[in-house]
Structure formats: structure tokens, C-alpha cells
Design a binder for this molecule. Structure first.
Ligand code: ZN
Length: 252
């Protein structure tokens, strides 16, 4: 029944915005680094939040990259049904933007064009001295600290702890959310900044929340779906639905 409601809302809208968190990527086999487990503690001397901080990057650059390369880069991961379905909705002209907290670039691999990456992307890296850009191979192929031709240190264009989000990206996200007819939020517990804050800009009455566990925003949702984001979005039958509508139209 809830899937039918979701399908009806999506079929009737031409201005959908999607906001996604780590849960969208975990279904592609990319672990959420915030879920600290024993493995991290055994192998690394510091918690991930410390290693992935600006100060740590500056002071312990090599240790940062040891962790980053083995725990943050999942270049073999493939888009899942959620990524694919969102890309399809964009192609149909129904979805205006994907706003994501993930840094893996899987939405683009699936074919999405308008992706706002709040936390940056592992695929963009730049020299801290001359700002020259490098792709992820510059990081992967470097045995030591990745270094630019000019001698500067290459840093991933990923927002670390203690760093602020890009104003331009944030402003665009606010604009899309403020103007959205339907806002779908998926795969985020909505506990951390900036997710919770951004949602306040939504002015419509079709807030759809899809998550495996409960969130502090559940009571604000107009439609709440508990479950896997890939399964739920994958279950939508976008084309079939419009054919059905035509059928009913002709019958009447
Ligand atoms: Zn340089």
C-alpha cells in the first residue's frame, strides 16, 4: 500500500528532489565509516573521526592516506537499484537534483547528471599549493603522500571533520529543496548536520522518508517507508503506471 502511495506521488510530480545519506551507498557494499567496529580499533590507533579530520590530515598525512585508501576508496562498487532508479527519474524529467552526503560518485556512474555532493568526492583531488586537479589514480598509485608536480601535497576534495561545507553547493541544495514539490529522503538517520537543517527548507506537503531504522524526523514525514532504499525505489513501476492511467482514461 505504501509503495502504491509512493508510486502515485512520484507519477504525479515533475519536481522531485532526492536527499540521500550513507544508507544509499551501504547497499552497494560501501560501509558507513561512522559505524565504528572492532576492526578499526584493532588496526588503527585512532578512531575514524580523528583520522578523517583536517588537523590529522595536516599533521599525519601518511597515516591519513593509509586509512583513506583502505577504508574510504571502494572503486569496484557498482550502483544499486536506488542509484539506477533515481537516474531514470532524472531522465524522465521528474527528478531535478540528487543531494548526497556520499563521496563515492555512484550516482554519476548510474547516469545522474545533477548531483550535489555535500561532502565532496573521492574522484576529485587537488594540490594544496597550486590547486591543480587530479583524479583518484593520483592517490591510488602513490606509495607515499600523493604529491603534485609542483611539490605540493594532494588532498582529496572531501570534506573532513573540522572543515566547512562548500557554500555554493549548500546554497544550491537549499534552493532545490525550497522549490521541490516532492522531497524524498533516503538512507540517512538524519541525526547529523547538515541533513536535519536542510530539510527545514522544504515547504511542500509530500515529504517521503525511506529508511531502515527510525529517525528523529519520522513524525514530519507525509509518507514513511521502513526498509531498503534500493528495494523500495526498485519496486516502482514508473512506465506501467502511466499506461494504467491511460487505460482508465480511455475506459471512462
Ligand atoms: Zn601543485
Amino acid at each position: 500500500m505504501d509503495i502504491k502511495n509512493l508510486q502515485a506521488i512520484i507519477s504525479n510530480s515533475g519536481n522531485i528532489v532526492f536527499f540521500g545519506g550513507a544508507g544509499v551507498s551501504t547497499e552497494s557494499g560501501i560501509p558507513d565509516f561512522r559505524s565504528v567496529d572492532g576492526l578499526y580499533n584493532e588496526k588503527y590507533k585512532y578512531p575514524p573521526e580523528t583520522i578523517l579530520s583536517h588537523r590529522f590530515f595536516i599533521k599525519n598525512t601518511m597515516d591519513f592516506y593509509d586509512f583513506y585508501k583502505s577504508k574510504m576508496l571502494f572503486l569496484d562498487a557498482k550502483p544499486n537499484k536506488a542509484h539506477n532508479r533515481l537516474a531514470e527519474l532524472e531522465k524522465m524529467g521528474k527528478l531535478k537534483a540528487v543531494i548526497t552526503q556520499n563521496i563515492d560518485g555512484l550516482h554519476q556512474v548510474a547516469g545522474s547528471k545533477n548531483v550535489l555532493e555535500l561532502h565532496g568526492s573521492v574522484h576529485r583531488n587537488y594540490c594544496m599549493k597550486c590547486r591543480k586537479f587530479y583524479d583518484v589514480n593520483a592517490i591510488l598509485n602513490s606509495k607515499d603522500v600523493p604529491t603534485c608536480d609542483c611539490g605540493g601535497t594532494i588532498k582529496p576534495h572531501v570534506v573532513l571533520y573540522e572543515e566547512s561545507l562548500d557554500d555554493k553547493v549548500m546554497n544550491k541544495a537549499v534552493e532545490y529543496i525550497s522549490n521541490a514539490d516532492v522531497l524524498i529522503i533516503g538512507g540517512t538517520s538524519l541525526g547529523v548536520y547538515p541533513a536535519a537543517g536542510l530539510i527545514q527548507y522544504y515547504q511542500g506537503d509530500k515529504l517521503i522518508l525511506i529508511n531502515k531504522s527510525t529517525t528523529p524526523m519520522d513524525k514530519n514525514a507525509n509518507l514513511l517507508l521502513n526498509g531498503s532504499i534500493g528495494e523500495i525505489l526498485g519496486a516502482l513501476e514508473l512506465w506501467t503506471y502511466s499506461i494504467c492511467q491511460n487505460y482508465h482514461y480511455h475506459k471512462n
